[in-house]
Design a binder for this molecule. Structure first.
Ligand code: KIV
Length: 316
């Protein structure tokens, strides 16, 4: 661990963003007031803190972390324990945003009681304030809600169904399929879902469902008419090592930034340009004399330690 102070300091709030904690009922209130909900995935302390400080309303610890953080081919391999580990990191970073944990594949596909028990773990042991559940699992959503845990539903392209769907395909592409999706969304809301993510569906389908539902919709690849939008953080900042999907807008180039910083660091190390003397700790003049057994003239005048705070940490 470096001596750099990592989590010191108070969170800043961007202008115009209320500091009030976002809750699941607050999402419905935002919809009522016509305020668009901003959501983003987050998997670690640093990015969750940045997103929270930037005023994002909800942070989803998505099972997409299996791919973007852990390098798996799809989302199926990630475990409850791994999801909990990342949820705890996000929880420690976030003050304002609603923290939602994604229930991973296999954690709610058996008995209802097992699904409820796993949802309880996310809240009790990892600090999640809601869980997200993929698919039209009405009985489970009702049971988790009755256990006092808010549920965010997820319909349309549900990545945990990749094998059943035969790939990541846009869903609800004809009128019958839109009607089925709408019926599922209404039934999920009736079962207690506090909001519903609509992923990979035609804009018209998402607009129609959004207009009919009593709870907010949060779209990803579902067009601009949803009550909110969510993107995967790594898509947003170009950290996916793959071409972006049609619905992704890149707002930054972290890959370019990181690549260049890492290359410059390597070159500086190889050329002995890093670290410089000013980036080194020094013995006091007296200690240098004692070490050498003879007095030395301090020519640099740099007996002072560059970063006193860091040295205190080092010494303690
Ligand atoms: O895991 C995830 O990132 C998600 C979002 C795409 C909604 O489920």
């Amino acid at each position: 661990m470096s001596l750099t102070r990592f989590n010191a300091g108070d969170a800043a709030s961007p202008a115009g963003i209320s500091a009030t904690k976002v809750t699941v009922p607050a999402l419905s209130e935002m919809r009522r007031q016509g305020k668009v909900i901003s959501a983003l995935t987050a998997y670690d302390y640093a990015t969750a803190r940045l997103a929270d400080e930037a005023g994002i309303d909800s942070l989803l610890v998505g099972d997409s972390l299996a791919m973007v953080m852990l390098g798996h081919e799809n989302t199926l391999a990630v475990t409850v324990d791994e999801m909990m580990h990342h949820t705890r990191a996000v929880r420690r970073a976030v003050r304002r945003a609603l923290v939602v944990a994604d229930m991973p594949f296999g954690s709610y596909h058996g008995a209802i009681a097992e699904g409820v028990a796993n949802a309880v773990r996310f809240v009790k042991d990892a600090g999640a304030e809601a869980v997200k559940i993929e698919g039209p699992r009405f009985e489970l959503v009702r049971a988790v809600t009755e256990a006092e845990i808010p549920v965010i539903g997820h319909l349309g392209l549900t990545p945990q169904s990749v094998h059943r769907m035969g790939g990541y395909r846009v869903q609800a592409r004809n009128a019958d399929a839109v009607r089925r999706l709408r019926a599922d969304a209404l039934a999920l809301a009736e079962a207690g879902a506090g909001a519903i993510v609509l992923e990979g569906v035609p804009r018209e389908a998402a607009a129609a469902i959004t207009a009919e539902l009593a709870v907010p919709t949060i779209g990803i690849g579902a067009g601009p008419d949803c009550d909110g939008q969510i993107l995967v953080f790594h898509d947003l900042v170009n950290l996916t090592f793959a071409p972006a999907a049609k619905f992704v807008r890149r707002y930054g180039d972290a890959a370019g930034l990181f690549r260049s910083a890492i290359e410059r660091y390597r070159e500086d190390v190889e050329h002995r340009v890093f670290p410089a003397d000013a980036e080194s700790y020094h013995l006091s003049k007296a200690e240098r004399e004692a070490l050498r057994g003879e007095p030395v003239r301090d020519e640099s005048g740099e007996d002072e330690v560059v970063n006193r705070d860091a040295l205190q940490d080092w010494e303690s």
